[in-house]
Design a protein around this ligand. Structure first.
Ligand SMILES: Cc1cc2nc3c(=O)[nH]c(=O)nc-3n(C[C@H](O)[C@H](O)[C@H](O)COP(=O)(O)OP(=O)(O)OC[C@H]3O[C@@H](n4cnc5c(N)ncnc54)[C@H](O)[C@@H]3O)c2cc1C
Length: 385
Protein backbone atom coordinates (compact mmCIF):
# COMPACT_ATOMS: atom_id res chain seq x y z
CA UNK A 1 0.00 0.00 0.00
CA UNK A 2 1.49 3.37 -0.96
CA UNK A 3 0.58 6.72 0.45
CA UNK A 4 -1.60 9.03 -1.61
CA UNK A 5 0.46 11.89 -3.01
CA UNK A 6 -1.89 14.53 -1.58
CA UNK A 7 -0.02 14.30 1.72
CA UNK A 8 3.10 15.75 0.10
CA UNK A 9 2.11 19.40 0.82
CA UNK A 10 1.47 18.59 4.49
CA UNK A 11 4.79 16.81 4.77
CA UNK A 12 6.54 19.75 3.16
CA UNK A 13 4.82 22.26 5.46
CA UNK A 14 5.79 20.29 8.58
CA UNK A 15 9.38 20.05 7.37
CA UNK A 16 9.47 23.81 6.74
CA UNK A 17 8.18 24.51 10.25
CA UNK A 18 10.64 22.08 11.82
CA UNK A 19 13.54 23.73 10.00
CA UNK A 20 13.06 26.67 12.39
CA UNK A 21 13.87 24.36 15.31
CA UNK A 22 17.36 23.06 14.57
CA UNK A 23 19.42 20.58 16.55
CA UNK A 24 20.93 23.29 18.80
CA UNK A 25 17.43 24.15 20.04
CA UNK A 26 16.72 20.55 21.08
CA UNK A 27 20.19 20.09 22.54
CA UNK A 28 19.75 23.10 24.82
CA UNK A 29 16.30 21.96 25.98
CA UNK A 30 17.62 18.46 26.59
CA UNK A 31 20.46 19.81 28.69
CA UNK A 32 18.10 21.98 30.73
CA UNK A 33 15.22 19.48 30.71
CA UNK A 34 13.09 22.36 29.48
CA UNK A 35 9.80 22.27 27.59
CA UNK A 36 9.79 23.28 23.89
CA UNK A 37 7.19 26.05 24.32
CA UNK A 38 8.02 27.80 21.04
CA UNK A 39 7.92 24.59 19.00
CA UNK A 40 4.57 23.52 20.46
CA UNK A 41 3.17 27.03 19.91
CA UNK A 42 4.28 26.98 16.26
CA UNK A 43 2.72 23.55 15.63
CA UNK A 44 -0.49 24.69 17.31
CA UNK A 45 -0.65 27.92 15.31
CA UNK A 46 -0.17 25.98 12.07
CA UNK A 47 -3.17 23.78 13.01
CA UNK A 48 -1.13 20.58 12.99
CA UNK A 49 -2.03 19.56 16.54
CA UNK A 50 -5.72 20.01 15.70
CA UNK A 51 -5.38 17.64 12.75
CA UNK A 52 -7.96 15.17 14.03
CA UNK A 53 -10.49 17.71 15.36
CA UNK A 54 -13.33 18.05 12.84
CA UNK A 55 -13.78 21.38 11.06
CA UNK A 56 -17.16 21.92 12.73
CA UNK A 57 -15.20 22.34 15.99
CA UNK A 58 -12.61 24.65 14.38
CA UNK A 59 -10.09 21.83 13.89
CA UNK A 60 -8.15 20.99 10.74
CA UNK A 61 -10.41 18.00 10.00
CA UNK A 62 -7.63 15.90 8.51
CA UNK A 63 -7.44 12.12 8.16
CA UNK A 64 -5.47 9.74 10.36
CA UNK A 65 -3.03 9.28 7.44
CA UNK A 66 -2.40 13.02 7.40
CA UNK A 67 -1.91 13.01 11.18
CA UNK A 68 0.64 10.18 10.90
CA UNK A 69 2.47 12.13 8.18
CA UNK A 70 2.70 15.12 10.54
CA UNK A 71 4.11 13.10 13.43
CA UNK A 72 6.52 11.20 11.20
CA UNK A 73 7.91 14.37 9.63
CA UNK A 74 8.41 16.00 13.03
CA UNK A 75 10.59 13.08 14.14
CA UNK A 76 12.34 12.66 10.80
CA UNK A 77 13.32 16.35 11.03
CA UNK A 78 15.09 15.66 14.33
CA UNK A 79 12.41 17.38 16.44
CA UNK A 80 10.56 15.75 19.33
CA UNK A 81 6.82 15.26 18.95
CA UNK A 82 6.59 13.65 22.38
CA UNK A 83 6.33 17.19 23.73
CA UNK A 84 2.87 17.53 22.27
CA UNK A 85 1.58 14.37 20.55
CA UNK A 86 -1.15 13.91 23.17
CA UNK A 87 -2.78 17.20 22.11
CA UNK A 88 -3.54 15.41 18.85
CA UNK A 89 -5.22 12.26 20.16
CA UNK A 90 -6.33 12.70 23.79
CA UNK A 91 -9.29 14.77 22.67
CA UNK A 92 -10.60 11.68 20.77
CA UNK A 93 -12.31 10.42 23.93
CA UNK A 94 -14.16 13.71 24.26
CA UNK A 95 -14.99 13.77 20.56
CA UNK A 96 -16.41 10.25 20.54
CA UNK A 97 -18.04 10.05 23.97
CA UNK A 98 -18.51 13.60 25.25
CA UNK A 99 -21.91 15.34 25.31
CA UNK A 100 -22.79 17.90 22.63
CA UNK A 101 -22.37 20.64 25.25
CA UNK A 102 -18.91 19.38 26.31
CA UNK A 103 -17.73 19.21 22.70
CA UNK A 104 -18.81 22.76 21.92
CA UNK A 105 -17.31 23.99 25.17
CA UNK A 106 -13.90 22.38 24.83
CA UNK A 107 -13.04 21.22 21.30
CA UNK A 108 -12.85 24.60 19.53
CA UNK A 109 -10.69 26.01 22.34
CA UNK A 110 -8.44 22.92 22.17
CA UNK A 111 -8.23 23.27 18.37
CA UNK A 112 -7.18 26.92 18.68
CA UNK A 113 -4.62 26.04 21.33
CA UNK A 114 -6.34 28.20 23.96
CA UNK A 115 -6.85 25.07 26.03
CA UNK A 116 -4.12 22.48 26.19
CA UNK A 117 -5.32 18.89 26.61
CA UNK A 118 -1.93 17.24 26.88
CA UNK A 119 -2.24 15.17 30.06
CA UNK A 120 -3.58 11.66 30.18
CA UNK A 121 -3.88 10.17 33.67
CA UNK A 122 -4.22 6.40 33.46
CA UNK A 123 -1.07 4.69 34.78
CA UNK A 124 -0.69 4.30 38.55
CA UNK A 125 2.36 3.19 40.55
CA UNK A 126 0.77 0.13 42.13
CA UNK A 127 -1.29 -1.25 39.23
CA UNK A 128 1.00 -0.42 36.28
CA UNK A 129 -0.21 -2.11 33.12
CA UNK A 130 -3.06 -3.77 35.02
CA UNK A 131 -5.33 -0.76 34.46
CA UNK A 132 -8.46 -2.45 35.82
CA UNK A 133 -6.73 -2.63 39.19
CA UNK A 134 -6.17 1.11 39.50
CA UNK A 135 -6.84 2.65 42.90
CA UNK A 136 -7.71 6.28 42.29
CA UNK A 137 -11.34 6.79 43.29
CA UNK A 138 -13.96 9.36 42.34
CA UNK A 139 -16.94 9.43 44.68
CA UNK A 140 -20.09 11.38 43.86
CA UNK A 141 -20.89 14.18 46.30
CA UNK A 142 -23.85 16.29 45.13
CA UNK A 143 -22.91 18.00 41.87
CA UNK A 144 -19.23 17.07 42.23
CA UNK A 145 -16.98 14.02 42.43
CA UNK A 146 -14.29 13.82 45.11
CA UNK A 147 -11.07 12.31 43.73
CA UNK A 148 -8.40 10.64 45.85
CA UNK A 149 -5.37 8.71 44.65
CA UNK A 150 -2.25 8.99 42.55
CA UNK A 151 -1.12 8.71 38.94
CA UNK A 152 2.40 8.24 37.64
CA UNK A 153 4.05 9.06 34.33
CA UNK A 154 1.40 11.69 33.64
CA UNK A 155 3.40 13.37 30.93
CA UNK A 156 3.12 17.11 30.19
CA UNK A 157 0.84 17.72 33.23
CA UNK A 158 2.75 20.94 33.93
CA UNK A 159 2.15 22.10 30.37
CA UNK A 160 -1.51 21.27 30.09
CA UNK A 161 -4.71 22.98 31.21
CA UNK A 162 -6.83 19.85 31.14
CA UNK A 163 -6.26 16.23 32.08
CA UNK A 164 -8.21 13.23 30.91
CA UNK A 165 -8.45 11.16 34.09
CA UNK A 166 -9.50 7.54 34.57
CA UNK A 167 -10.75 6.78 38.10
CA UNK A 168 -12.81 4.13 39.82
CA UNK A 169 -16.38 5.20 40.59
CA UNK A 170 -17.69 1.76 41.68
CA UNK A 171 -15.60 -0.59 43.87
CA UNK A 172 -14.28 -3.55 41.89
CA UNK A 173 -16.10 -6.03 44.14
CA UNK A 174 -19.45 -4.44 43.24
CA UNK A 175 -19.22 -4.35 39.44
CA UNK A 176 -20.94 -6.91 37.22
CA UNK A 177 -18.46 -6.86 34.34
CA UNK A 178 -14.69 -6.93 35.02
CA UNK A 179 -14.18 -3.81 32.91
CA UNK A 180 -16.97 -1.81 34.56
CA UNK A 181 -16.86 0.75 37.35
CA UNK A 182 -14.18 3.05 35.89
CA UNK A 183 -15.08 6.53 34.67
CA UNK A 184 -13.40 9.23 32.62
CA UNK A 185 -13.27 12.87 33.70
CA UNK A 186 -12.00 15.99 32.06
CA UNK A 187 -10.17 17.68 34.92
CA UNK A 188 -9.50 21.41 34.72
CA UNK A 189 -6.06 21.43 36.31
CA UNK A 190 -5.95 25.24 36.43
CA UNK A 191 -8.81 25.19 38.93
CA UNK A 192 -7.58 22.14 40.83
CA UNK A 193 -3.89 23.00 41.37
CA UNK A 194 -3.31 23.69 45.04
CA UNK A 195 -6.86 22.54 45.77
CA UNK A 196 -6.30 18.82 46.01
CA UNK A 197 -4.05 18.46 42.95
CA UNK A 198 -0.27 18.29 43.28
CA UNK A 199 2.09 17.69 40.34
CA UNK A 200 5.69 16.54 40.83
CA UNK A 201 8.08 16.26 37.90
CA UNK A 202 10.02 13.02 37.37
CA UNK A 203 13.48 13.45 35.88
CA UNK A 204 14.05 10.79 33.23
CA UNK A 205 16.86 9.77 30.88
CA UNK A 206 15.34 11.92 28.13
CA UNK A 207 13.60 15.29 28.10
CA UNK A 208 9.97 14.18 28.42
CA UNK A 209 8.26 16.49 30.94
CA UNK A 210 6.69 13.56 32.73
CA UNK A 211 5.29 13.78 36.26
CA UNK A 212 3.54 12.08 39.11
CA UNK A 213 0.22 13.53 40.16
CA UNK A 214 -1.45 13.34 43.56
CA UNK A 215 -5.16 13.83 44.25
CA UNK A 216 -6.34 14.60 47.74
CA UNK A 217 -10.04 15.35 48.00
CA UNK A 218 -9.88 17.04 44.60
CA UNK A 219 -13.35 18.25 43.56
CA UNK A 220 -14.36 17.72 39.94
CA UNK A 221 -17.73 19.05 38.74
CA UNK A 222 -20.08 16.19 37.78
CA UNK A 223 -20.54 18.01 34.45
CA UNK A 224 -16.97 16.99 33.64
CA UNK A 225 -17.79 13.28 33.60
CA UNK A 226 -17.43 12.04 30.03
CA UNK A 227 -20.16 9.68 28.82
CA UNK A 228 -21.78 7.30 31.28
CA UNK A 229 -20.42 6.63 34.76
CA UNK A 230 -18.75 3.21 34.85
CA UNK A 231 -18.05 2.98 31.09
CA UNK A 232 -14.70 4.77 31.19
CA UNK A 233 -12.44 1.81 30.47
CA UNK A 234 -14.23 1.21 27.18
CA UNK A 235 -13.85 4.89 26.23
CA UNK A 236 -10.12 4.87 27.01
CA UNK A 237 -9.63 1.67 25.00
CA UNK A 238 -11.41 3.20 22.02
CA UNK A 239 -8.81 5.98 21.96
CA UNK A 240 -5.83 3.69 22.09
CA UNK A 241 -5.79 2.76 18.43
CA UNK A 242 -5.23 6.39 17.44
CA UNK A 243 -2.48 6.74 20.05
CA UNK A 244 -0.72 3.61 18.85
CA UNK A 245 -0.88 4.52 15.18
CA UNK A 246 0.43 8.04 15.79
CA UNK A 247 3.26 6.93 18.02
CA UNK A 248 4.15 4.23 15.49
CA UNK A 249 4.41 7.01 12.90
CA UNK A 250 6.76 8.91 15.22
CA UNK A 251 8.94 5.82 15.44
CA UNK A 252 9.02 5.60 11.63
CA UNK A 253 10.18 9.23 11.59
CA UNK A 254 12.88 8.47 14.15
CA UNK A 255 14.05 5.43 12.17
CA UNK A 256 14.27 7.56 9.00
CA UNK A 257 16.32 10.16 10.89
CA UNK A 258 18.76 7.52 12.19
CA UNK A 259 19.07 5.85 8.79
CA UNK A 260 19.65 9.22 7.11
CA UNK A 261 22.37 10.11 9.62
CA UNK A 262 24.04 6.72 9.29
CA UNK A 263 24.09 6.65 5.47
CA UNK A 264 25.43 10.21 5.34
CA UNK A 265 28.21 9.43 7.78
CA UNK A 266 29.05 6.05 6.21
CA UNK A 267 29.54 7.75 2.84
CA UNK A 268 31.80 10.49 4.22
CA UNK A 269 33.82 8.97 7.02
CA UNK A 270 37.08 7.53 5.74
CA UNK A 271 39.09 4.96 7.68
CA UNK A 272 41.78 2.67 6.17
CA UNK A 273 41.75 4.99 3.16
CA UNK A 274 38.13 4.42 2.12
CA UNK A 275 34.60 5.31 3.14
CA UNK A 276 33.44 3.11 6.00
CA UNK A 277 30.20 2.60 4.02
CA UNK A 278 32.18 0.65 1.45
CA UNK A 279 32.51 -2.16 3.99
CA UNK A 280 29.62 -4.60 3.99
CA UNK A 281 30.02 -4.89 7.74
CA UNK A 282 28.86 -1.26 7.90
CA UNK A 283 26.41 -1.37 4.96
CA UNK A 284 24.41 -4.38 6.03
CA UNK A 285 23.21 -3.13 9.43
CA UNK A 286 22.02 0.07 7.71
CA UNK A 287 20.24 -1.93 5.00
CA UNK A 288 18.70 -4.18 7.66
CA UNK A 289 17.44 -1.15 9.61
CA UNK A 290 15.97 0.29 6.40
CA UNK A 291 14.13 -2.96 5.61
CA UNK A 292 12.72 -3.08 9.14
CA UNK A 293 11.56 0.52 8.91
CA UNK A 294 9.89 0.04 5.52
CA UNK A 295 8.02 -3.08 6.68
CA UNK A 296 6.81 -1.24 9.79
CA UNK A 297 5.80 1.75 7.67
CA UNK A 298 3.51 -0.47 5.59
CA UNK A 299 1.75 -1.63 8.73
CA UNK A 300 1.35 1.98 9.91
CA UNK A 301 -0.26 2.86 6.57
CA UNK A 302 -2.52 -0.20 6.80
CA UNK A 303 -3.63 0.66 10.34
CA UNK A 304 -4.24 4.32 9.45
CA UNK A 305 -6.25 3.36 6.35
CA UNK A 306 -8.45 0.97 8.37
CA UNK A 307 -8.88 3.58 11.11
CA UNK A 308 -10.03 6.30 8.75
CA UNK A 309 -12.37 3.89 6.96
CA UNK A 310 -14.03 3.33 10.35
CA UNK A 311 -13.01 -0.35 10.33
CA UNK A 312 -11.73 -2.46 13.22
CA UNK A 313 -7.98 -1.85 13.48
CA UNK A 314 -6.96 -3.00 16.99
CA UNK A 315 -4.62 -5.70 15.70
CA UNK A 316 -3.06 -3.51 13.01
CA UNK A 317 -2.61 -0.53 15.38
CA UNK A 318 -0.87 -2.78 17.89
CA UNK A 319 1.28 -4.47 15.25
CA UNK A 320 2.19 -1.10 13.73
CA UNK A 321 3.26 0.21 17.14
CA UNK A 322 5.26 -2.95 17.85
CA UNK A 323 7.04 -3.10 14.49
CA UNK A 324 7.74 0.63 14.40
CA UNK A 325 9.08 0.78 17.97
CA UNK A 326 11.37 -2.17 17.26
CA UNK A 327 12.46 -0.60 13.96
CA UNK A 328 13.30 2.78 15.49
CA UNK A 329 15.22 1.19 18.33
CA UNK A 330 17.16 -1.07 15.93
CA UNK A 331 17.93 1.94 13.74
CA UNK A 332 19.09 3.92 16.79
CA UNK A 333 21.46 1.16 17.84
CA UNK A 334 22.77 0.79 14.30
CA UNK A 335 23.32 4.56 14.05
CA UNK A 336 25.47 4.63 17.18
CA UNK A 337 27.52 1.72 15.88
CA UNK A 338 27.97 3.34 12.47
CA UNK A 339 29.26 6.53 14.08
CA UNK A 340 31.70 4.78 16.39
CA UNK A 341 32.79 7.15 19.16
CA UNK A 342 30.97 10.12 17.66
CA UNK A 343 27.67 8.32 18.25
CA UNK A 344 28.15 9.23 21.90
CA UNK A 345 28.96 12.91 21.37
CA UNK A 346 26.21 15.35 22.27
CA UNK A 347 26.85 17.51 19.22
CA UNK A 348 25.96 14.67 16.84
CA UNK A 349 22.46 14.42 18.40
CA UNK A 350 22.42 10.64 18.01
CA UNK A 351 22.76 9.88 21.70
CA UNK A 352 19.83 12.23 22.43
CA UNK A 353 17.56 10.68 19.81
CA UNK A 354 18.73 7.24 20.96
CA UNK A 355 17.54 8.02 24.50
CA UNK A 356 14.27 9.47 23.20
CA UNK A 357 13.31 6.60 20.93
CA UNK A 358 14.11 3.98 23.58
CA UNK A 359 10.83 4.83 25.28
CA UNK A 360 8.56 3.38 22.65
CA UNK A 361 8.99 -0.32 23.29
CA UNK A 362 7.79 0.46 26.85
CA UNK A 363 5.21 3.24 26.50
CA UNK A 364 2.42 3.89 25.81
CA UNK A 365 2.16 0.11 25.85
CA UNK A 366 5.00 -2.31 26.34
CA UNK A 367 6.03 -4.92 23.81
CA UNK A 368 4.91 -7.85 25.96
CA UNK A 369 1.40 -6.50 26.25
CA UNK A 370 1.15 -6.13 22.48
CA UNK A 371 2.39 -9.69 21.99
CA UNK A 372 -0.16 -10.83 24.51
CA UNK A 373 -2.94 -8.94 22.67
CA UNK A 374 -2.02 -10.56 19.35
CA UNK A 375 -1.65 -14.02 20.92
CA UNK A 376 -4.99 -13.89 22.71
CA UNK A 377 -7.22 -11.65 20.57
CA UNK A 378 -5.96 -12.52 17.10
CA UNK A 379 -4.58 -16.05 17.51
CA UNK A 380 -7.18 -17.12 20.06
CA UNK A 381 -4.66 -18.52 22.54
CA UNK A 382 -5.74 -18.87 26.19
CA UNK A 383 -5.70 -15.69 28.25
CA UNK A 384 -2.66 -15.22 30.47
CA UNK A 385 -4.19 -12.53 32.71
C1 LIG B 1 8.36 8.55 29.90
C2 LIG B 1 7.03 7.90 30.11
C3 LIG B 1 5.89 8.61 29.77
C4 LIG B 1 4.63 8.06 30.02
N1 LIG B 1 3.50 8.81 29.80
C5 LIG B 1 2.30 8.37 30.26
C6 LIG B 1 1.14 9.21 30.26
O1 LIG B 1 1.19 10.36 29.80
N2 LIG B 1 -0.01 8.74 30.81
C7 LIG B 1 -0.10 7.48 31.34
O2 LIG B 1 -1.18 7.12 31.82
N3 LIG B 1 0.97 6.64 31.33
C8 LIG B 1 2.15 7.07 30.82
N4 LIG B 1 3.27 6.24 30.85
C9 LIG B 1 3.14 4.92 31.44
C10 LIG B 1 3.36 3.80 30.43
O3 LIG B 1 2.22 3.64 29.64
C11 LIG B 1 3.74 2.55 31.23
O4 LIG B 1 5.03 2.78 31.79
C12 LIG B 1 3.75 1.32 30.40
O5 LIG B 1 2.45 1.03 29.94
C13 LIG B 1 4.29 0.12 31.21
O6 LIG B 1 3.64 0.07 32.45
P1 LIG B 1 4.47 0.02 33.81
O7 LIG B 1 5.56 1.02 33.73
O8 LIG B 1 3.52 0.17 34.93
O9 LIG B 1 5.12 -1.38 33.84
P2 LIG B 1 4.57 -2.70 34.56
O10 LIG B 1 3.12 -2.89 34.27
O11 LIG B 1 5.01 -2.68 35.97
O12 LIG B 1 5.38 -3.81 33.77
C14 LIG B 1 6.81 -3.94 33.90
C15 LIG B 1 7.29 -4.91 32.84
O13 LIG B 1 6.64 -6.18 33.00
C16 LIG B 1 5.99 -6.56 31.81
N5 LIG B 1 4.72 -7.23 32.14
C17 LIG B 1 3.78 -6.83 33.04
N6 LIG B 1 2.75 -7.70 33.07
C18 LIG B 1 3.03 -8.65 32.15
C19 LIG B 1 2.36 -9.82 31.70
N7 LIG B 1 1.16 -10.17 32.18
N8 LIG B 1 2.95 -10.58 30.75
C20 LIG B 1 4.17 -10.23 30.26
N9 LIG B 1 4.85 -9.14 30.64
C21 LIG B 1 4.29 -8.36 31.58
C22 LIG B 1 5.74 -5.27 31.02
O14 LIG B 1 5.66 -5.52 29.65
C23 LIG B 1 6.96 -4.43 31.41
O15 LIG B 1 8.01 -4.72 30.54
C24 LIG B 1 4.53 6.75 30.54
C25 LIG B 1 5.69 6.03 30.84
C26 LIG B 1 6.92 6.60 30.65
C27 LIG B 1 8.15 5.82 31.04
Amino acid sequence: MTESTDLAPIREAVRALCANFPAEYWRRLDRERAYPEEFVAALTKAGFLAALIPEEFDGSGLTMSAATAIMEEIQASGCNGAACHAQMYTMGTLLRHGSAEQKVRYLPAIARGELRLQAFGVTEPASGTDTLNLRTTAVRDGDHYIVNGQKIWTSRAEHSDLMLLLARTTPRAEVKSRTGGLSVFLVDMRAAKGKGLTIRPIRTMMNHATTEVFFEKMRVPADNLIGAEGDGFRYILSGMNAERILIAAECIGDAKWFIGKATGYAREREVFGRAIGQNQGVQFPIARAYIGMRAAELMVHEAAALYEAGKECGAEANMAKHLAAEASWAAADMCVQTHGGFGFAEEFDIERKFRETRLYTVAPISTNLILSYIAEHVLDLPRSY
